[in-house]
Design a binder for this molecule. Structure first.
Ligand SMILES: [Zn+2]
Ligand SMILES: [Zn+2]
Length: 327
């Protein structure tokens, strides 16, 4: 099968031909229909996430069709369309797994990082971490739901019942979360790179009541802020824009150092927290909600062979929506 392979961090991907993988017990062999490109892929390529499997097939927002089932793989039928997210395997027996916090599993393994992912024609996935894709979405449209959507949804969920939500970094996750938040009757305030008028217009087109630069203050204090850009300096900026008792949720897996800031920004019971990975509950809730909320995804499609170009375009911030590879 054709794949795009990471041989060593900080090097471009190389095209390669690998033997077809076989599904083991509880696993599914999937024909990849689409795989979205995530900022986390860049963090892996750049060596900011330590010790990936090497060589590695990246990609953790996979939409595929079941073509073969391993023994005891009974959750899906041949021909079913499923999605595969970042969390690819959990132990099922640690304290975190047993308390519904499998996203924190001590032995968790991740798709496109420690397990070969979807920059390929075929992939193998643990059926426990495969999810039915709602019929309302095409293959390409659905791919960004699997990370930008799921982890974005968890980020929003951990912001609680807040009405006025600030979103810092208006990329793939934000554009999905904004639609869900609006459906839930919340107000979205979008913060982009200063002067990025195109991103601000894009945010307004998705229902943001206000859009401006991350160096600006919103017209009224936020109840909560979600940070999707990997920029530590946004944490004190978001705290300054958030009212008493509000929460700032960091949705990314990697962030530059957070600069020191005066205690008064945290004072009055403001909370800063992170989001790690996702649970199956997040996936099931979000995939049921997305069609009801009328979520649409903006995508830019690339052939699998142009994976490096897709990554470059994501890095340069020239995409409005999610890059999606199609084998
Ligand atoms: Zn576990
Ligand atoms: Zn991701």
């Amino acid at each position: 099968m054709r794949v795009q392979l990471l041989i060593e961090a900080t090097r471009p991907l190389v095209p390669a031909e690998l033997p077809e993988p076989r599904p083991g017990p509880g696993q599914l062999l999937l024909a990849v229909m689409a795989c979205a490109v995530c900022r986390t892929d860049l963090h892996i390529l750049d060596g900011e996430l330590a010790q990936p499997k090497l060589p590695l097939v990246p990609g953790h927002e996979i939409v595929g069709t079941v073509v073969e089932k391993g023994s005891d793989a009974d959750r899906f039928a041949i021909g079913d369309r499923v999605g595969v997210p970042w969390l690819g395997w959990t132990c099922g027996v640690c304290d975190y797994c047993k308390s519904g916090r499998e996203n924190l599993c001590d032995r968790a393994r991740f798709t496109g990082y420690q397990i070969d992912g979807g920059y390929a024609e075929l992939t193998v996935a643990d059926q426990r971490y495969c999810f039915a894709i709602p019929a309302a979405f095409g293959d390409v449209e659905a791919a960004p739901l699997l990370c930008a959507g799921l982890i974005g949804y968890r980020t929003l969920r951990l912001a609680g019942e807040s009405e006025r939500i600030g979103i810092y970094g208006f990329g793939a996750a934000a554009h999905i979360v904004a639609q869900v938040a609006r459906y839930q009757g919340r107000q979205v305030f979008a913060f982009t790179r200063p002067g990025d008028k195109a991103a601000q217009d894009f945010a307004r087109s998705l229902g943001a009541v206000w859009a401006g630069g991350s160096d600006e203050m919103p017209p009224e204090p936020l109840d909560a802020a979600l940070i999707f850009a990997p920029v530590g300096a946004l944490v004190p900026a978001a705290l300054a824009a958030t009212r008493k008792g509000g929460t700032v949720v960091c949705g990314g897996i990697h962030m530059s150092d957070i600069p020191s800031f005066p205690y008064r920004l945290l004072w009055e019971e403001r909370v800063v927290r992170s989001v790690a990975n996702l649970t199956r509950r997040d996936a099931e809730e979000f995939l049921a909600l997305a069609p009801k909320a009328g979520v649409t995804t903006a995508t830019v499609t690339y052939p699998l062979a142009e994976a490096n170009q897709a990554l470059t375009d994501l890095r340069n911030g020239v995409l409005q929506g999610a890059a999606v590879l199609v084998p």
